[in-house]
Ligand binder design. Structure first.
Ligand code: TEU
Ligand code: CA
Length: 561
């Protein structure tokens, strides 16, 4: 496989609004990110993905862009952005922008022009239809309700897969595509290293539009069903890559749900449309088509099998990007670890297990100190539009308010969006003003200041995971080596080899509170990482693991293994 600059990198997602507020207005900003670059460098991450900072009415926290060439004043100025790119470069760090091009904001000039003259050039930038013929299809928006909305002041309606303030761009129109490529190149020329491609699989609709069988009492059909019928998205993606990313050797990571396994090579293979894409197999596990209220917890066994299935699927054809959380999900430790078992040891184990899989590890802000879900008491404490929609879905299904709140507590996107916990002072050291979203009250216990210099902290554990992945001695096994499950059927043990040409590492986590014994397939030469002070020196052929213990071993394998 041809070597790429990003293969051995570790990425970190910043949610700017909640990262660090430099001027006391309660909103995190770009100068705030700049002040924390040295912190991120010390952690050891290289690639920084910024959730959107473009000009936006913030109906969906910046995923509704009204001008792709401007920075929203609440985040700073274009000069700040340029300075950030420069400061990152100085530290051999790379900035990824969020590329939100399935839709723009209804306050974007294109949409305003479409409203003023639906039959004109800009009408064709969107999916418009006459109102009088009724809805062209029964697709349900991801944020609830029909995807169709009247186009104000006209007799038309427009399509939005997400919020009604996020009209979908018509990718079938070559002019739209050219506008987008121009914008992408403009940013690449500014020095960003690449993009995370938001909701990218939505750009291709199954046309002509038609109804699918209704899957809820609202008579609508999940938009994902339509996506499964959409074909030839590759034509758009290849064109985009050739016109933009490829010319700049950019790193791209696609947000791809509803992926089709047979297309994986086309997406992330050597000549794929993207450098990488997120593995969401674990993320979507346990979700229900009915909504959050009907979703169920994920067990350790299920988590393991999902990881291994993805690893098997990608094999060595390309690199998935591995996560346990992001700005759309609950905190990974609250989601994947059993209730009542969330402690520093189990947090480290979960971190270590996903981190050593083949692929690019992404850390979401706050994950490195083990931030947890929030104990929201009422829906009024929640800002996120998707949580509010899901709350309503639950009530409409006849679920009690208490149960509906339970679902919000478990799945709300705001779990990940509360302010970064820098210290135990007022507002977790995030702002000297009033934070736009209330901080998690546990910040006095869980914060950077407390963990940074504590030898056995979650933060220091992440540092050691990153350092191991970066150690050139293990590049051959940890970056390019195969990932081979070990003792896959042994309950609550997640173990796998990372096998390179010269070295074989064995990664093991005991996904339970009680100890268990593991047969060794060879002799352990070195313990490279251990989340506990204790290691079983039992025998050459067997190793005991304490509850939630995690180790990475360098092995001398028995002949034939
Ligand atoms: O998310 C796309 C997406 O598929 C999500 O809506 C996901 O299904 C949902 O959040 C699960 O809770 C991207 C962004 O990551 C998200 O923040 C935006 O709201 C969305 O696109 C629209 O741009
Ligand atoms: Ca600010």
């Amino acid at each position: 496989m041809e070597r790429q600059w990003w293969h051995n990198k570790v990425a970190y997602q910043i949610y700017p609004k909640s990262f660090y507020d430099s001027n006391g207005d309660g909103i995190g900003d770009i100068p705030g990110i700049m002040e924390r670059l040295d912190y991120l460098k010390y952690l050891g991450v290289d690639i920084l993905w910024l959730s959107p900072v473009y000009q936006s009415p913030l109906a969906d926290q910046g995923y509704d862009i009204s001008d792709y060439y401007k920075i929203d004043p609440c985040f700073g100025t274009m000069r700040d952005m340029e300075a950030l790119i420069k400061e990152a470069k100085k530290r051999q760090m790379y900035i990824l922008m969020d590329l939100v091009v399935n839709h723009c904001s209804d306050e974007h000039l294109w949409f305003k022009k479409a409203m003023a003259d639906p039959e004109g050039e800009y009408g064709n930038f969107f999916y418009l239809a006459d109102q009088k013929a009724g809805r062209p299809c029964n697709w349900r928006s991801y944020f609830g309700g029909s995807v169709w909305e009247p186009l104000p002041g006209t007799d038309k309606q427009y399509l939005h897969m997400f919020h009604k303030k996020q009209p979908d761009l018509n990718w079938e129109n070559p002019k739209v595509r050219q506008e987008i490529y121009k914008m992408i190149n403009w940013w690449l020329e500014k020095g960003v290293a690449g993009f995370r491609l938001d909701a990218i699989i939505n750009i291709k609709k199954a046309l002509p539009m038609k109804d699918y069988p209704a899957d809820r009492p609202d008579g609508l059909a999940d938009a994902g069903v339509m996506l499964a019928h959409a074909e030839d998205i590759g034509e758009f993606l290849r064109e985009m890559k050739e016109e933009t990313f490829q010319k700049h050797d950019a790193f791209t990571v696609g947000e791809v749900f509803n992926d089709k396994p047979e297309e994986l090579a086309a997406f992330i293979g050597e000549d794929g449309y993207f450098s990488s894409m997120f593995d969401f197999r674990e993320t979507v596990m346990g979700t229900s088509p009915k909504g959050w209220y009907d979703s169920r917890p994920v067990t350790g066994e299920e988590y393991k099998q999902a990881c291994f299935e993805s690893q098997e699927q990608s094999g060595d054809l390309g690199f998935y990007s591995n996560i346990i959380e992001n700005h759309d999900e609950p905190r990974g430790v609250s989601h994947y670890l059993p209730e009542g078992q969330v402690c520093e040891a189990s947090k480290k184990m979960l971190a270590g297990l996903y981190f050593m899989l083949r692929g690019i590890p992404f850390i979401y802000q706050g994950q490195e100190i083990g931030m947890e879900n929030v104990d929201f008491q009422s829906i009024d404490e929640v800002d996120d539009i998707s949580s509010r929609a899901e709350y309503q879905v639950a009530l409409d299904a006849g679920v009690s308010e208490e149960k509906a709140m339970d679902a919000v507590r478990r799945y709300s996107r705001d779990n990940a969006r509360t302010p970064m916990q820098w210290n135990g002072n007022c507002h977790a050291g995030f702002t000297v003003g009033t934070p736009w979203l209330r901080e998690n009250p546990n910040y006095r216990r869980i914060n950077v200041e407390e963990q940074r210099d504590r030898r056995d902290s979650v933060f220091q554990f992440y540092r050691s995971l990153i350092a191991l992945r970066k150690n050139p001695e293990y590049e051959d096994s940890l970056i390019y080596g195969k990932c081979i499950p070990y003792l896959r059927e042994q309950k609550n043990l997640m173990a796998y080899f990372r096998r390179g040409e010269n070295k074989t590492l064995l990664v093991m986590g005991n996904f339970q509170e009680i100890p268990q014994k593991v047969k060794l397939p060879g002799v352990c030469e070195k313990v490279l990482i251990n989340n506990m002070d204790w290691v079983d020196d039992g025998t050459d052929r067997e190793m005991g693991l304490k509850g939630w213990q995690y180790v990475v071993l360098e092995m001398r394998m028995q002949d034939g293994l």
